[in-house]
Design a protein around this ligand. Structure first.
Ligand code: R5P
Length: 312
């Protein structure tokens, strides 16, 4: 790619952006990203981006709409400033759970977000563990979809745990749990859940033997923590001994950390795609950084090198 590398960040995850820049060895692009007094988002680039290969980092956790709008406005500012290419780096893609209609008269918000990003001027997407891989197909521009699984499985391999069963807490996560199971050499169990209403999961059935075993529940995100708590209750009733949880995106809405502690989850391992609030930090929560992975991907995209090695 001709043009110099410039990286800007929104307010979604500045700590991750700074960690990425330390690996890249270049300073973050200077920009004002704030609010006008009337609540509108204000963006002003403080450096020239004409002809540059620009990456904009933004995670879309709560307040989701603020972070999304900020991203769109930053992309617009960079496009109108004549950058030669814009890559939206989205460690956590918001609205991803609304990727299909589960009943009539519902939106497909994940597709709307894709449309907005492209309309704003995005040329490529770099993201981590989309809730549903099919979201990649919502874009007609290149999408580099990184997986944090190797980071998490390396952590569990180092714990040298025995008699481990990896559990998918819902049918949609079986592929993810199966991949995890193979990587750490464990058995697999599957929980089927339904949602009677939004954010209220209920376990319907469980397949697999967890009696006397150490269990690792693997999910893509922890939002309210209810999925993990429900799964933990079922696993204990089936005789599981120690229960660990592992997820890529720690959204931690609605006191998720407290609920997990009360449920007796021994340890939760997450990544920093979403910043963990100080109030949710706890010695039982281990945060692994995706910064080296994203930095390597940004450098390879910039240099026009393959990033498929990062997928495995
Ligand atoms: C659901 O399909 C997802 O994979 C997660 O299981 C879910 O988003 C977790 O949400 P919560 O923590 O609110 O149960």
């Amino acid at each position: 790619m001709d043009g110099r590398l410039q990286v800007f960040t929104g307010t979604g995850n500045p700590a991750l952006a700074e960690a990425i820049m330390r690996f890249l060895g270049v300073p973050l692009g200077r920009a004002i990203v704030g609010r006008f007094k009337n609540g509108e988002t204000r963006v002003k680039l403080d450096e020239n981006v004409r002809g540059s290969d620009v990456f904009i980092i933004q995670s879309m956790q709560a307040p989701v709409n603020e972070h999304l709008m900020e991203m769109l406005i930053m992309i617009d500012a960079v496009r109108r400033s004549s950058a030669s290419r814009i890559t939206a780096v989205i460690p956590y893609y918001g609205y991803a759970r609304q990727e299909k209609k589960s009943s009539g008269r519902e939106p497909i918000s994940a597709k709307l977000v894709a449309n907005l990003l492209v309309t704003a001027g995005t040329d490529r997407i770099l993201t981590v563990d989309l809730h549903a891989p099919a979201i990649e197909g919502f874009f007609d521009i290149p999408v580099d979809h990184l997986r944090a699984a190797p980071l998490l499985t390396d952590f569990f391999r180092l714990q040298e745990m025995r008699n481990v069963v990896v559990v998918s807490p819902d049918a949609g996560g079986v592929g993810r749990a199966e991949d995890f199971r193979i990587r750490i050499g464990a058995d697999l169990a599957i929980i089927a859940k339904k949602r009677a209403e939004a954010d209220r999961p209920e376990v319907i059935e469980m397949v697999g033997d967890v009696a006397g075993k150490t269990v690792v529940i693997v999910d893509d995100m922890i939002s309210t923590g209810s999925t993990l708590v429900e799964a933990t209750t079922t696993l204990r009733a089936r005789g599981a001994e120690a229960i660990y949880a592992c997820a890529i995106h720690p959204l931690f809405a609605d006191g998720a950390g407290r609920k997990m502690r009360e449920a007796g989850i021994a340890r939760a391992v997450v990544t920093d795609t979403v910043p963990l609030r100080e109030s949710e930090r706890d010695s039982a929560i281990e945060v692994l950084s995706v910064a080296p992975l994203l930095a390597e991907a940004i450098m390879r995209i910039h240099k026009g090198l393959s990033i498929s090695a990062l997928f495995s």
